[in-house]
Ligand binder design. Sequence first.
Ligand code: HEC
Length: 78
Amino acid sequence: MESTYPDLTVAKLIEGKGLYEDKCSRCHGLKDPIAYTPEQWQRITPNMANKARGRQIEISAEQEETIMRYLVTMSSPR
Ligand code: HEC
């Protein structure tokens, strides 16, 4: 696997998946991580987290990072 996040654990990845499914499915269907590049996810995730906060959906800075690492990792070329 690409070592974009050398300290990333499987547990964190699973946590990110759970948060993604919970927080990111409230306004639209879940997008396939592979449909966007890592760079796109790094741009889109903070955007969407702010959109969510605007609708009173709580996402902490740490949760945002965990979601982004999950999406970036799953979209990375393997
Ligand atoms: C408050 C509602 C809301 C929430 C919550 C939300 N989104 Fe979105 N999302 C939108 C809307 C509206 C669009 C389409 C318009 C736009 O791109 O601004 C969109 C579009 C997208 C797109 C396609 C956008 C593009 O730039 O091509 C992706 C990918 C996406 N969302 C991912 C996420 C992720 C990841 C999360 C969780 C962190 C999330 N969304 C949570 C409202 C939301």
